[in-house]
Design a protein around this ligand. Structure first.
Ligand code: PLP
Length: 372
């Protein structure tokens, strides 16, 4: 992945389809609210677990979206994006040598965070022929007496897959039967298509007490640079994350928390517009990719990534990403960056303007036609 970013620095014209961030802006009203608070002098430390109105708004959201009651004082923690939430969750849950089940392909931070916590990452596959979703048989076969934690992520980065009610229920049952704690990374929950419904893992029977739900404002409100996320969980576990947070960040940026609060409490029109536009781009990108010889791509149900199978081109993911960067000026991410099972795939983000996507796809097609 670093190689692709290095190449980007050398490229004259560059279409960057490698980034995991919306090209939209934070709702302006939300920014103004944040600025108003800062101007009125709110520039000091705030509680480690987050400003209370934001925790309260997040607790209301959990009730509204998942039907779950979380105590805003002790069961909601505001974090520096989903990234910090994942890291401190693993630091709190994993003892040296403990095995942590992680999806493969999966978000790039999982494995390094498990290793930093002293754990052993155990990859479970998301096979393409199962819609890039984990199978109960695969996951169960990887559980040992050392397994402690399972990380789930849906809608999924990098594949865009989503789990049905029955599929989440089946994974939840494994966690209950095998006494696993689950870190459920749901940062793309609002970016879903065709009326698909997102099911929060903690809302399944017996799951609330063993699940940490990770969420973020980064994707939903196009706030990647403001760094606000959160984690919901039972008090006994969350208190440990809170303690770690105290020593690694002290508190989350005050301005950003007020922006997040205003975004959550305000009109959700920008979010709806953004998802509508992503949907339009999704159809463009998937249709165009499927027209290119050697590519085949499933229609993602959530997030904003296409994850085409490129095995027909008889080249590795890294080589193809490098070729496209050098010759087409289009940056993509090799599927192998997301785990060994990502080899033979490429990740393209469609969080770029429609006309840029069109041009990037023209260029990809041209380079591959030339290559033969
Ligand atoms: C699956 C997943 N989880 C978590 C994150 C972390 O995002 P942030 O720290 O900006 O909330 C990302 C970012 O790309 C992601 O794709």
């Amino acid at each position: 992945m670093q190689r692709i970013f290095d190449l980007a620095m050398e490229m004259p014209v560059c279409f960057n389809l490698s980034l995991g961030e919306p090209d939209f802006n934070v709702p302006i009203e939300a920014l103004s609210e944040g600025w108003r608070e800062v101007k009125s002098g709110r520039t000091h430390y705030v509680p480690t677990n987050g400003i209370s109105p934001l925790r309260e708004a997040l607790a209301e959201k959990a009730q509204r979206d998942y039907g779950l009651d979380y105590d805003p004082a002790s069961e909601v923690l505001v974090t520096v994006g989903g990234t910090q939430a994942i890291f401190i969750a693993l630091m709190a849950l994993v003892n040296p040598g403990a095995e942590v089940l992680i999806p493969d392909p999966g978000f790039v931070a999982y494995e390094p965070c498990v290793l930093l916590a002293g754990g052993v990452p155990v990859h479970f596959p998301l096979p393409e022929n199962n819609g890039f979703k984990p199978s109960v048989t695969d996951v169960t076969s990887l559980i040992t007496s050392r397994s402690r934690v399972m990380i789930l992520n849906h809608p999924n980065n990098p594949t865009g897959s989503m789990l049905s009610y029955e599929e989440v229920a089946a994974l939840a049952k494994i966690a209950v039967d095998r006494d696993l704690t689950v870190i459920s990374d749901e940062v793309y929950e609002k970016i879903v298509y065709d009326g698909a419904k997102h099911y929060c893992l903690a809302a399944f029977p017996e799951m609330r007490k063993r699940t940490l739900v990770v969420n973020s404002f980064s994707k939903t409100y196009a706030m990647t640079g403001l760094r606000v996320g959160c984690v919901y969980g039972p008090k006994d576990i969350l208190s440990r994350l809170w303690l770690i947070s105290q020593y690694v960040v002290a508190c989350v940026d005050t301005f950003s928390q007020y922006v997040a609060l205003a975004a959550l409490r305000g009109s959700q029109d920008s979010l709806l517009q953004m998802v509508k536009e992503f949907d339009r781009r999704r159809h463009l990108v998937i249709e165009r990719l499927n027209e290119i010889q050697g590519f085949s791509c499933q229609l993602p149900k959530g997030a904003f990534y296409a994850f085409p199978n490129i095995k027909g081109l008889r080249t590795s993911s890294e080589e193809l990403a490098e070729l496209l960067a050098k010759e087409a000026g289009v940056l993509t991410v090799p599927g192998s960056s997301f785990g060994a099972n990502g080899q033979g795939y490429l990740r393209l983000s469609y969080a770029s303007a429609y006309n840029e996507l069109e041009e990037a796809l023209d260029r990809i097609e041209k380079v591959l036609r030339k290559r033969g």
